[in-house]
Design a protein around this ligand. Sequence first.
Ligand SMILES: Nc1ncnc2c1ncn2[C@@H]1O[C@H](COP(=O)(O)OP(=O)(O)O)[C@@H](O)[C@H]1O
Ligand SMILES: [Mg+2]
Length: 266
Amino acid sequence: MNLKLGIKDITKSYGKHQLLKGCTYGFGKGVTAIIGPNGCGKSSLLRICAYLDTPTSGRVAYFYTKDKAQTPDINLMRKITLVLPKGGIFDASTWSNVMFGLRVRRVSWIERKRRAREALEAVGLYEKRKQNALGLSSGESQRLALARALALEPQVLLLDEPTASVDDENTAIIERLILQLKDRNDAPTIVMTTHDRGQAERLADKIITIKQGKIATAGSVSMYESRREEEQTLSPEDDISGGGFFVDKKFFGGGVNLKDIDKIGD
Ligand SMILES: Nc1ncnc2c1ncn2[C@@H]1O[C@H](COP(=O)(O)OP(=O)(O)O)[C@@H](O)[C@H]1O
Ligand SMILES: [Mg+2]
């Protein structure tokens, strides 16, 4: 069963600047892309979703079933992995970079080796396992960051600009990996940010847009392609709680039920 993510009325201010102004959404199965221009708050929202930053107000909750939220403790945190652009590669072999997180989680030695090998093979870096990771190209570093995340076998994978400052060849490899990942039986719930609408359309099942601090539109990708003009006419105030998609301005629910989100997390 997929671990789903619900956010409700998320606001975030830095000083006097209110960046996010009431974001509500349910993220479920498949890939959801958050798109929007630089500085609109995509990364901030993702950090909040990963519990790495606190919202100024609002709630983040994770669910398996519709109305039972998981306690936000270390066990839950370990099911959620955020991959940042240029994220935290350290001065050790490519292999050790993957093994580290598994050791922290006390995964057995045999299992660690299996997962590290599979993850490095998946991203095409197994041959470079003995090389110091700081010597990898930026595209390879991003692939390593993904391998580290894959090895942890997260149930929710949050990808912040997974191909930022990556060349075309590596972008294609990373996009293919994301598509393969979402086809797996045990696929995690994937939420990614991108400023590239084309990438969102290639990878995502659902696309949401942040405009003036709010989630302004939501929809399935096929609907986006056929109804983009109508989609853009939706008001930011349209109710999109629970995920799902719009057809003819009518909202069809999906994702998670947010009705109990206020009860948890204290
Ligand atoms: N920790 C912080 N302190 C102050 N301002 C921040 C902080 N994090 C982000 N910001 C500001 O919030 C805005 C949005 O940032 P971000 O979430 O990174 O947007 P995006 O990922 O969409 O480009 C930027 O103007 C940035 O300067
Ligand atoms: Mg960003």
